[in-house]
Every structure is written in structure tokens, then in C-alpha cells.
Design a protein around this ligand. Structure first.
Ligand SMILES: *Cc1c(COP(=O)(O)O)cnc(C)c1O
Length: 376
């Protein structure tokens, strides 16, 4: 069986470094709020081209902290509308609705899989928009987003899947790297992400000093100073062990992306089945980091079963569009635009993620051949 991703294989080349880092932290006696996390924050801010970074406990917490901080700053209020692409991991919506904000599900583009900027469900109540760089594809349209930004609409990046990606056009700081395009970005280091911790971890990246300071306080029981609680915060800190592991993995970000990109191009050349739609390889200076390699087929479930019976494990990201998840049935905090979201729903029924994390060229050739022989 070719697995979808075997994390012990992913981390194998750096086992020794990880073990040494673990020993260093264990012996240091400092497990929270120490130098590992501070050093990691510096490197991550630099990688994204942002001024500030706050290391936190997960990608979901990073998103929640951004919304909470904007609420404390008075930039967002309960009931404000936040536009979120319907095809994303549920965390993007959960962060919005948990803060009492209204998630407005938006259509996606069937070639980029990201927000369709021509069909944004804008209204007089829109106060923020979340650009999700899905599958490692930069989701950006300077013209539209700068216009919204000038109107005071916040642009937040969900950069959980696209660390190291580059958009074809610049963001508000003149930077093209994801994580620095908008007002603030959330990053996830869930173990299966391109840069994964050995547990849960995440980060908030921004060039806004006020936002960074608030996020840090909110993630630390609402205190800037010990035992002085200005806000009703939470405990969302990244521990030193994860920070130490991530300091080892972060410098590999671009190498990992490059390897995945090479594999994507190999799939692109070898898959020739006329009914299988391959993902677009972006031009115009955009750099994708290929968190997933996602093909489409009208009879996706049959194709998936064909691959499974021939020894290839695949995944579906994601089988149910967020607005159709049970948790949002009848929930007034999630809105769907008039006319529904046909593209998002079609994609949910057609997408199939092929192994990309650790597969060899020979395995890619084998998987492609199995796909080309599919007669379902
Ligand atoms: C993984 C992911 C998250 C959540 O990150 P966690 O670290 O798992 O909490 C949020 N958004 C997207 C798009 C993701 O892929």
C-alpha cells in the first residue's frame, strides 16, 4: 500500500536533530514562555516578511485570537459579517462563529480552489474577509482586496496550508509572501502541514504592533504583565518543546515546497486520463507550496475505490462544504448567499487528494498509471 502520508517517514531525515532538541528542552527546565518560542517567532516573522509573530497553540487558536483581538480593538463587533470561502477546513468558520461573528460562506473558483473574487457576497455589514490559501495556492487579488481594505474591511489570511507561498501581486505592505499580504495571518503547524510540529502548534503573524500585543496578551490569560489581567483571555501558548522542533523544521520550508512542486509537475506530466482534471500550475510569479495535489473527477468515489483496490491511499479535502456541515444546520451565525454555492458543492463531490508528502518518483509513476487505467 502507498500511504497517503506517513509522518514517521516525513520526519525521519531529522530524527537526530529532533531528539537533541527534545533533550535540550527537557534539561532546560523551561517549558512555557521561554527562549525557544521567542527565537522561533523571530524566524517565522522573517520568513513571512512581517514585523511581528506570536507563537500559539494551534491554527484554530491563531484564527480565534485574531478575531478576538480585533473585537477588543473595536474593529469588529458581534454580528458583523465575515466572508469565508465555503471550501476550507472547518476551523476557519469555527473561529468566526465562536466569536459571535457571522460567517458568510462564499463561492470558490474551480481552477484555483480559492475565493472567487468576482462573486464575493459583500453587504453593508461586511467587516472582514478571510483569504484561505487552500492546498498551498496563494489566494490573492490586490485590486479587489485593496479596494475593500480602503473601506475599512479587514483582510485576514488563513495561511494554515501555504507557508512559504508567494502571490502573483503584492499585499498591503508591498510584500508578496503569504502571511504578510493582508492585515494579519494565522498559521498552523499541525503535524501533517508542510511544516509540521510533533503535536499541535500555530502562530499569528502581522505587522500591526497593537494587534500583535493584544494577541500575545489574549493567548496568555489576558495579561501583559503577570497577574495583571486586562482581558478575559485564554491559555493558547506554544510550548517550548514544539517551538524547539519547529526551529529545526522552519529552515526546510522552501526545500519542502520545492520537492512538492517537482512531484506536482511529475503528476501533471504523467496523468493523461481525459476525464481527470488536474490542478492548475500557476504562472505569473505565483509560487504554490502544494500542501495537497488535488485532482477532480465526476465519479470521484469510484476513482478513489479504484486507487484503493490497487494499493493507493487517497484523501478528500473536503467531502462536505462548510455551510452543509451538521454543526451549522439552522445556525444563524452562518449565512449562505442567495442562489446557493453550486461551485463549492460540486468541488466537494469531485476533489481527490493524491499522496504528495513523501512519495517517490516511481510511486508517482505507478499512481499515475493506475489513474490512467481507470474505466469507471
Ligand atoms: C489545519 C487548518 C486549520 C487549523 O489548524 P490547526 O492547527 O489544526 O488548529 C485552519 N485552517 C485551515 C485551512 C487548515 O488547513
Amino acid at each position: 500500500m502507498i500511504p497517503f502520508q506517513d509522518l514517521s517517514l516525513t520526519n525521519k531525515p531529522i530524527f537526530r536533530d529532533l531528539e537533541e532538541a527534545a533533550i535540550r528542552v527537557i534539561r532546560s527546565g523551561r517549558y512555557i514562555n521561554g527562549e525557544e518560542a521567542r527565537a522561533f517567532e523571530k524566524s517565522l516573522a522573517q520568513l513571512c516578511g512581517a514585523r511581528y509573530c506570536v507563537a500559539v497553540s494551534s491554527g484554530l487558536d491563531a484564527l480565534r485570537l485574531i478575531f478576538k483581538a480585533y473585537m477588543e480593538m473595536g474593529r469588529l463587533r458581534e454580528g458583523d459579517e465575515v466572508i469565508v470561502p465555503a471550501n476550507t477546513f472547518i476551523a476557519t468558520f469555527l473561529a468566526v462563529t465562536e466569536c459571535g461573528l457571522k460567517g458568510v460562506a462564499a463561492e470558490v473558483d474551480e481552477t484555483t480552489f480559492c475565493l472567487d473574487f468576482k462573486r464575493l457576497p459583500l453587504s453593508g455589514k461586511t467587516r472582514a474577509i478571510v483569504a484561505v490559501h487552500l492546498y498551498g495556492n496563494p489566494c490573492w487579488d490586490s485590486e479587489t482586496l485593496e479596494r475593500l481594505h480602503r473601506k475599512g474591511i479587514l483582510v485576514i489570511e488563513d495561511n494554515a496550508q501555504a507557508l512559504g507561498a508567494v502571490a502573483a501581486c503584492t499585499g498591503f505592505n508591498g510584500i508578496r509572501t503569504t502571511g504578510s499580504l493582508g492585515d494579519a495571518a494565522a498559521i498552523s503547524f499541525y503535524p501533517a502541514k508542510n511544516v509540521g510540529a510533533l503535536g499541535d502548534a500555530g502562530a499569528v503573524v502581522t505587522s500591526d504592533p497593537e494587534l500583535a500585543e493584544l494577541v500575545r496578551a489574549l493567548a496568555n490569560y489576558g495579561a501583559k504583565e503577570k497577574y495583571q489581567h486586562e482581558f478575559c483571555g485564554a491559555n493558547c501558548r506554544m510550548d517550548e518543546l514544539q517551538a524547539a522542533f519547529l526551529r529545526i523544521k522552519l529552515p526546510h520550508t522552501h526545500v519542502t515546497a520545492h520537492e512538492r512542486s517537482r512531484r506536482a509537475r511529475l503528476y501533471d506530466r504523467l496523468i493523461t486520463h481525459p476525464e481527470v482534471i488536474k490542478p492548475e500550475i500557476m504562472e505569473n510569479e505565483a509560487v504554490q507550496v502544494w500542501h495537497q495535489y488535488v485532482v477532480r473527477h465526476p465519479r470521484r468515489d469510484l476513482l478513489r475505490e479504484w486507487l484503493r483496490s490497487n494499493g493507493v491511499a487517497t484523501e478528500i479535502h473536503y467531502p462536505v462544504a462548510c455551510h452543509n456541515q451538521k454543526c451549522y444546520a439552522g445556525n444563524p451565525l452562518l449565512a449562505v448567499p442567495e442562489g446557493g454555492l453550486p461551485t463549492a458543492e460540486k468541488l466537494a463531490s469531485e476533489v481527490l487528494s493524491l499522496p504528495i508528502a513523501d512519495v517517490s518518483d516511481d510511486e508517482i509513476a505507478e499512481i499515475s498509471k493506475i489513474i490512467n487505467n481507470f474505466e469507471g
